[in-house]
Design a protein around this ligand. Structure first.
Ligand code: RIB
Ligand code: CA
Length: 310
């Protein structure tokens, strides 16, 4: 069983669709929307549109945190467009979010389950999970694993020279999560920058000929542009689906159990994930940090799962 916490965003959308296309492998208990790439009202709207596109309105969407735990909101329309899902011509959702705040739902559903039964997948800033942990620390042992897209180390930052967007936006919530004792799998830019949506890989979705495939092709075509211009890459890095792909086929990835410190102080290093890759401190490891990926197997898996949707 999994909880998906997201700020869709095109790459979140591909991750959500891959998860919803894998009902035999993943029981999605619900989606918690968080402010991130675009403001909360849009991440909620986009989450609803995606579950409708997938024909999975059995999966509830909850509205979560409207801003980070401490810092002022930071959004990324410059990457994702004004709607957050530029490139996909999705219908305006006809369904409504479930009643109640996502943080309350996260606490409730985790406390309703036995220890280590639910996996939490975070695709955006960690605000909802950070606040839920502050509200009810007893949820920590309920979480089997927290698989998160965020952070960066040898690769440098994509929002400041030091920090990746999700951790930069809410470093305080990331600090709460990384000091919680929850088993963490971290997908930083060091691995996502090796998962590039090249023209050949984009064609997997262009050729699908389904509403979901067409939406993904349109979203990725738009979303690729900013990174390709910025980094001179042959394709945009596909960040968030690494989280879902790890749950479906962990062999795709490689990494190392190391200690990660989150820099929360304001200034040039705010949101930096300081990864003790060489074990030069005596800090106990607190995360499996991935830096290797079989990118062709990754894209084939995504295409297979999204191809199962109508
Ligand atoms: O830095 C990339 C991350 O920030 C991705 O999750 C993307 O969707 C944005 O949230
Ligand atoms: Ca995201």
């Amino acid at each position: 069983m999994i909880i998906i916490d997201a700020d869709p965003g095109q790459d979140d959308a591909v991750a959500i669709l891959a998860a919803l296309g894998s009902p035999d492998d993943l029981e999605v208990l619900g989606i918690a929307a968080v402010a991130g790439n675009v403001p909360l009202d849009l991440t909620v709207r986009n989450s609803l549109a995606l579950v409708e596109l997938a024909g999975r309105t059995d999966v509830p969407v909850y509205a979560g945190s409207v801003r980070p735990m401490v810092n002022s909101p930071v959004t990324a329309e410059y990457v994702h467009g004004a709607t957050g899902l530029e490139g996909a011509d999705l219908q305006t959702p006809t369904t409504e979010p479930a009643a109640g705040h996502a943080c309350d739902w996260i606490v409730e559903i985790l406390m309703d389950h036995a220890d280590a039964e639910v996996t939490v997948c975070t695709l955006g800033p960690l605000t909802n999970i950070g606040l839920a942990l502050v509200r009810e620390p007893r949820i920590a042992p309920k979480i089997r694993e927290l698989v998160m897209m965020g952070g960066s180390f040898f690769e440098g930052g994509n929002t400041t020279p030091a920090a990746e967007f999700n951790v930069y936006v809410d470093p305080h919530s990331a600090h709460v999560v990384f000091t919680s004792g929850i088993p963490i799998v971290m997908m930083p830019l060091d691995v996502t920058h090796k998962a590039l949506t090249t023209p050949e890989r984009l064609k997997l979705f262009v050729d699908m000929g389904t509403p979901a495939g067409t939406a993904v092709a349109g979203m990725l075509d738009f979303y690729n542009r900013w990174d390709m211009e910025k980094y001179g890459m042959p394709g945009g890095p596909l960040h968030d689906p690494t989280v879902i792909a790890y749950l479906l086929d962990p062999e795709i990835f490689g990494g190392k159990e190391v200690h990660v410190h989150i820099e929360t102080a304001p200034g040039a290093t705010q949101g930096m994930t300081i990864v003790d890759w060489w074990g030069v401190t005596d800090h106990e490891p607190n995360a499996m940090v991935m830096n290797q990926i079989d990118a062709d197997r990754f894209f084939a898996l995504l295409a297979d799962r999204i191809g199962r949707l109508g």
